[in-house]
Design a protein around this ligand. Structure first.
Ligand code: HEC
Ligand code: HEC
Length: 302
């Protein structure tokens, strides 16, 4: 906050509080003595408005509110850049809470840090802690059930962009991933994009609609431009994160229209690195949880 805005906010706040005090002072009245009742002269539907002083209890509530606001603004941040004499801040409080939680859980984290991801599969408590970390950190992108959505991979199936071994999953989480599929609309003609889509559909293990006459041309386009990343057999390449194009799992949508759109416009997909956000112990536990999702699949489905 610049000095100007700080002073601006302080001025508005102080003027407002002073304004309330002034309003109360100048409108205060003595209770009228005797029986006569003064009216404001306003009459609505035959009902007159009395000009009585404000009720005492109501006035006191007002005074207390004003005193509270002054005390609050001295103790806590609220007046522009002034931090308050207590030095309290949200981020301090958050940092303290995180520190307290880490101190409480650190011995547990350390206990599991020495066990392999495979050994942790038999430690329900560790998997539960991993699940809690997942729910806090990953669900926004991968979904609460880790099944992902368009552009965000499903982590519960056996289909992996970068590999499903404990080491590969951990590397995805620690270092993040960048999936880059370039846009082909300026390199290939519309007809070539149609034909390569048909070729991909013709090779898929699930029946998909395709134009028979285009397949031969599509194969040539594929071998020249796409095989380097997606492989001669279209099964993808985990070193590049290039997806398998013959299975039924589609990262960016299964419909032929969406597949063509990916080829035409490309995709830049980013999984952020979590090494610094979580630290190695928490990554270890969340890896164990993610790994468990595809291991226990048969059991969970029954
Ligand atoms: C900002 C969104 C975002 C967050 C947060 C996020 N991810 Fe991801 N994640 C992605 C995207 C997008 C990809 C796919 C990257 C690509 O296509 O190259 C991905 C890929 C992955 C992969 C590789 C999947 C494969 O098929 O090889 C794993 C494992 C993974 N994420 C786990 C996690 C875990 C665990 C967390 C939480 C600690 C997490 N992600 C948090 C967006 C996110
Ligand atoms: C430089 C390597 C590279 C080349 C060359 C390449 N791709 Fe890709 N492709 C990728 C990567 C990486 C992804 C995944 C992007 C992501 O993570 O979101 C991808 C994604 C795709 C997808 C989406 C798959 C899904 O599951 O949704 C299709 C379809 C596709 N590519 C087709 C092609 C075609 C057709 C060509 C040739 C014209 C081609 N690619 C050339 C790397 C490449």
């Amino acid at each position: 906050m610049s000095n100007f805005w700080s002073i601006y906010i302080i001025a508005i706040t102080v003027i407002n509080i002073a304004g309330c005090v002034a309003l109360l002072y100048f409108t205060r009245k003595k209770k009228p003595s005797g029986q006569e009742t003064k009216t404001t002269g306003h009459i609505y539907d035959g009902i007159e408005e009395y000009d009585n002083p404000l009720p005492r209890w109501w006035l006191w509530l007002f005074y207390i509110t004003i005193i509270f606001s002054v005390v609050y603004l001295i103790l806590y941040p609220g007046l522009g850049k002034f931090q308050g004499v207590l030095g309290w801040s949200q981020s301090n409080q958050y940092a303290q809470e995180v520190k307290a939680a880490d101190e409480k859980y650190l011995p547990l984290y350390e206990k599991y840090a020495d066990m392999s991801i495979k050994a942790l599969q038999n430690q329900p408590e560790a998997i539960k802690m991993g699940q809690a970390i997942f729910a806090n950190t990953c669900f926004g992108c991968h979904g609460a059930d880790a099944r992902g959505s368009l552009g965000f991979p499903n982590l519960t199936d056996d289909d992996w962009l970068y590999g499903g071994s404990p080491e590969q999953i951990k590397a995805s989480i620690m270092k993040g991933r960048n999936g880059v599929m370039i846009a082909w609309s300026s390199i290939l003609s519309a007809q070539e994009i149609d034909s390569v889509s048909s070729y991909i559909s013709s090779k898929n293990e699930q029946p998909r609609a395709f134009v028979k006459e285009l397949v031969a041309e599509g194969e040539a386009v594929y071998n020249k431009n796409c095989a380097a990343c997606h492989g001669q057999s279209l099964k993808g390449n985990q070193a590049l994160g290039a997806p398998n194009l013959v299975d039924s799992v589609w990262l960016h949508g299964a419909s032929p229209g969406l597949v063509k759109d990916v080829i035409r416009n490309g995709r830049m997909n980013h999984m952020p690195a979590h090494e610094d956000i979580l630290g190695p112990e928490k990554v270890h536990l969340v890896t164990a949880y993610v790994y468990s999702l595809s291991q226990n699949k048969d059991k969970a489905d029954n």
